[in-house]
Design a protein around this ligand. Sequence first.
Ligand code: GDD
Ligand code: MG
Length: 356
Amino acid sequence: MLIPVILSGGAGTRLWPVSRSAYPKPFMRLADGESLLYKTLDRALAVADGGHVLTVTGRDYYFLTRDEYAAHPQADLDRLPFLLEPAGRNTAPAILLAAHYALQHISPDAVLLVLPADHLIRQLDRFAADVARARALAEDGWLTTFGIPPTHAETGFGYIHLGAAIAGREGREISAFVEKPKKETAEAYLAGGDHVWNSGMFCFRADALLQAAAEACPAVHQAVLACHAAATSHESPVEYAREAFLAQPDISIDYAVMENAARRAVVPAGFDWSDIGSWKAVSELEAESDEQGNRVRGQAILIESSNCYIQSDKRMVAAVGVKDLVIVDTDDAVLVADRERAQQVKLVVDRLRADK
Ligand code: GDD
Ligand code: MG
């Protein structure tokens, strides 16, 4: 039984001032008015068996998330259980807790499809076809990830070294994971052609994952087990005893399990994929650019300016004689950044936190 697990965690600090801790990236609306979270639920429901979708998120986001879900015409809230975190402990605890919940409360045959809530995928038919491939591998016991053919030497992603083809299945073995390599390494991978990006989406049998976790990271496994046992209620929204939750190590599923597990597979993705990681990535989603390469969402006047991205919900923004800028205007903050340095916007958030 295929059960999507939506992970909705981090604040996405590189998308300040729109993404904030009170209103993080998954709630950010795209030009069509839909949030990334809503779109994630939509693709989850497109492949879920029986309409069951699990969501692991911070307790502060419970009501906002439910409101997003309630707006979906196919959503049956009784089949959308929530696991609420008192604080983030990264993806290993989140996914392993979901595995325990799914086995115990939904189906002993649960196959999990892990979907981060801040990715954008537009080609839903191709997505569903690749999910079917990954599911077939998962049902055979493979811990499966989706690999994205790289388009540039990105250093913000993990890379997967493709191994042997898997007989009778559409997928490859994984010979190695390399998390966020240096620029020169990423360039070599891109040129070599036998690496794909780790999408951070996974498909595995819940029992196979827990078994692999018990072998690869026994301390994490034990802490998660203790936390699961300390759930204060098994009705949705599930909450955990704070101490047991915080006692779990802060570690990603990549480091804790995938890097050391035995049977790992990758399905090279045939669908479009974007991890909306920075304003540069957001700006590339706006299809329409003017002749000078400017993209605008909202109202702006550009005079002799080129290659800028401007987003403004209410006020008019005017720019004269500038190039390669990102300008984002919100009610209480304005961002002006060099397009190519959009990754560094997170430093603004670090500074704001330090000044608090
Ligand atoms: N519920 C929950 N709780 N979700 C979490 C938590 C948590 O504590 N921590 C992270 N997440 C969610 C994030 O919201 C995001 O959707 C996803 O899990 C991945 O976490 P990131 O923090 O964005 O990871 P990353 O960008 O460093 O790297 C991962 O994703 C890349 C692709 O986007 C790795 O898997 C890389 O290898 C991969 O290339
Ligand atoms: Mg990320």
